[in-house]
Design a protein around this ligand. Sequence first.
Ligand code: PMP
Ligand code: GLN
Length: 384
Amino acid sequence: LNRRLAEFGTTIFAEMSALAVRTGSINLGQGFPDADGPEEVREAAVRALRNGRGNQYPPGPGVPELRTAIAAHQRDRYGLGYDPDTEVLVTAGATEAIAASLLALVEPGDEVIALEPYYDSYAACIAMAGGTRVPVTLRPRDGAYALDLDELRDAVTDRTRVILLNTPHNPTGTVLTRDELAAVAELAVERDLLVVTDEVYEHLVFDGEHTPVATFPGMRGRTVTIGSAGKTFSFTGWKVGWVTSTAELVTAVRSAKQYLTYVASGPFQYAVAEALRLPDSYFEEFRADMRGKRELLADGLEQAGFKVFRPAGTYFITTDIRPLGESDGFAFCRALPERAGVVAIPNAVFYDHKETGAPYVRFAFCKRVDVLADATKRLHKAFA
Ligand code: PMP
Ligand code: GLN
């Protein structure tokens, strides 16, 4: 393994899901739903397969039906106009979109600012691109995690090339406010930076609203926006994601993408095109369902003795384990299957400042109600 990747080892999600299987524990670690997305979308995938649509290499930028549907989604929901032919790129999940964006836009030695705690692939992809990551730490304030805009401003140097945003934010559940995004946008314009923004949880906002950073003045031309069908329609195994940006930036991202996977997910692309056209009621019900699950798991964790950061968005809850007399999230998560029959993720893996992240542990609530109820019962028995 080369030096760029040596520090990363096995992704925590693979490690913790394997631990769940090995110990027969309830897996509240890796963020994948245990109920698949809409039946009609599955049917659309079957139809595509049967009708020979996408069984061979689809076009490099994605099938036209899907690119058109992605452009319509950005236009109808956010008023962001993108040309489906030149300003939309379909990727192998948001994961590839992140990788291709960083590989395409970062020069060796460039600095990339990422909000810490950061989704684990960011660090690895910045490293693969030869960039230097500069974490700006979100800090607990009034029961939620907040971005310190002065800290962000101070993190920008002459070497900064990209601000890598993520809102709604995994793992903290923070949704950046309009004011915060406006400040990020102003900074990006002032310092002539690119913004790569991971908005895969755009449809999972419970408090406040999701505003794409690309909608702010001066931002459309410097922002690469990333979405995911895995997250929005509960088909994480299909690996369909996308990028919307200017033709110039999309062309750049595509230059990297074509040599990573070239294309992926042929028949699923047609199905996701149909999914994106589901009526508003789908998106409302999806959000309402997850909101109910947020309450269920947040209440359960609180009753078990955790300090809970009730997330404004995403399907993750970050907790502080210190009220349980614990301080090392790694040790806590390794012992949790034995103690409670539950698997969770130590937030420290998402930090450069390991000691800052040490006492925090993330639980996913994209699980059936009976599973969440069982998990909270187990945690209560183990800790309360
Ligand atoms: N970004 C964030 C913040 C995530 O939590 C995830 C996990 N799904 C991804 C990107 C990857 O998305 P995908 O499964 O579409 O590759
Ligand atoms: N995004 C999911 C999470 O944060 C996991 C994705 C993965 O396993 N790479 O849990």
